[in-house]
Design a protein around this ligand. Sequence first.
Ligand code: NI
Length: 147
Amino acid sequence: MEGVTRIGVSLEPELLAEFDRIIQKKGYVSRSEAIRDLVRDSLAETEWKNEKEYMCGVITMVYDHDTTGLSDRITEIQHAALQEISTTVHIHLDRSRCMEVVIVEGELAELKALANDLGAIKGVLRCKLTMASKSTGHMHYIGVRKD
Ligand code: NI
């Protein structure tokens, strides 16, 4: 592989055996690949805590449009967040349920707050925020599931 640096890692035999067992179960073809994913996840976790990190993302929500006041509340919240919202796509799922995909861009804290506000509306069945860091491309997601 071009542009990679090889590193040596020392592990206790029990820890290595456990690691091998788990990565085999997950279908990794090599330890290197598994370690790379772990490092990426760990870096993403650190960014996830940086509320000022600039992110691009998608909020996917499913809701019941028959719920009183729901449409007005969604519109109100989305207008208040016009800085963060690039576009919204609406899909009618059946007679009463809708899916809305909201494309967003902004600071992590703002996007999380927006997804939380949308997810908290009565009649919203599911709301999930998926984001990628603008600077590193690392992905994150948070989901709110309400049944
Ligand atoms: Ni609809």
